[in-house]
Design a protein around this ligand. Sequence first.
Ligand code: ADP
Ligand code: MG
Length: 366
Amino acid sequence: MIRVKGLKKSFGDLQVLKGINTEIGKGECVALIGPSGTGKSVFLRSMALLEKPDEGQIVINDVDITDKKININKIREKMGMVYQGYHLFSHLNVLENITLALRKIKKTKPEKANLKAKELLSMVGLVEKAESYPGQLSGGQQQRIAIARSLAMEPEILLFDEPTSALDPAMTYEVLSIIKKLTKTGMTMLIVTHEMAFAKEISDRVFYMDEGIIYEEGTPIDLFENPQKPQTQIFIRGLKLFHYTIISRDFDLIAMNAQIELFSQKHQIIPKKKYHIQLILEELLVEIMKNCYQEESPRIDISVEYSKETQALKIQIDYPSSSYNPFRAHSDEDDFDNLGILLVKNVAQACSHTYTNSTNHIHITF
Ligand code: ADP
Ligand code: MG
C-alpha cells in the first residue's frame, strides 16, 4: 500500500534522511523507534506532505505523492496526523473541533457531521464531553479528541508522532488504549513512540531509525528481544558506553578515574560497582603496561558497557602487542606478586583473554 524509495531530506548541510526504503501493507501497524534527532518526525511529516523530500518517492496505492502534478489536498485527506501537542481550537467546543474539517473541506451537512462526531466520541469514550471546550479537558482527553478529529476525515493512513510524550502515565494509558483499539479496525498506522512496551504489544513491525535510515526492522519480538545490529542493541538494551584510550605510559590515571566517576553518576551506577570498574582497570593497566609496553608507546582501548536494564557491567580492553594474558601466571614468581590480578578475578564474574590480528582482547563481566 505504501512504498518508500530512496527518500532523502536535508536541512542546509544537515542530511537527516539518507535514503529511506520500505513497504508498509494495508492494515499494518508500524512502530517507529529510535534516538531523538534521527529524523522520525521528518519522515512522518514527509509522508503527510508537510515536508518536501529532496529525493525519492512515496507511493501510496500506486500514486506517487511526491509527484509535482499531484493534488496535495486530496492526498492530505487520506492521511490523519496526531501530534504530541493536540492543536485543538480552544474557541470551538469538542463537537465543533471534530466536525470542522468535515464541514469546511468535505462539505458534509451539519447533522451528518454531528452524527459522525458522536460515533467517534463514543469510540474514544468521551460522549459526555461533546459540548466542553478543550481548556476544560485533561491532556489525555484532549489527545483522544484529537484522534477522533483525525478519524472524522476517514483517513486511509494514520500517522502518530509521539502522541503520549506530553502526558502523565495515567493519561498515556488512556490514549494508548484508544490506539490499541484502532489496530483492531484494520487502520494502517505509523506510530513514533518512546513507549517500548506498547510498541512491542501492538505493532506488527518495528522500524528502528538511526543514521538517517531505517537501520533495522523486524517483528516486535525480533527487534526487542534479538536486535542484530550494534546501534539497535545499544538502544534496545539501554546500554551506556564509556570509552577511554591510553597512548602514553604516563597517562593520567586520575583523569580517567574522574571520567569513570562522571559516567557512573550520570547512569546511576552504584558506588561499589563504580569502585570495581576503577579497581579492575587500574590493576590490569599496570600489568599490561609492565608486560607489553616497556619500550614502545602503549595503545590501549578501554570500553565499559553498562546495561540500565540488568545493571550488568562489561569491560573490554584491547591492546595490540605480542600475546599476553594477564590472567595466567607466566612464571612461578608471578603467582606471588599478582595480587592485583587476584583482586580482579575475585570481583569479576567472568574474565577472558583472546588474541586475534596481533591484538589482545580482554573481556570482563561483573
Ligand atoms: P526525531 O523526530 O527523530 O527526534 P526530527 O525528525 O525531529 O528527529 O529531526 C531530525 C533532525 O532534523 C534534527 O537534527 C532536527 O534539528 C532537524 N530538523 C528537523 N526539522 C527541521 C527544520 N524544519 N529545519 C531545520 N532542521 C530541522
Ligand atoms: Mg520527533
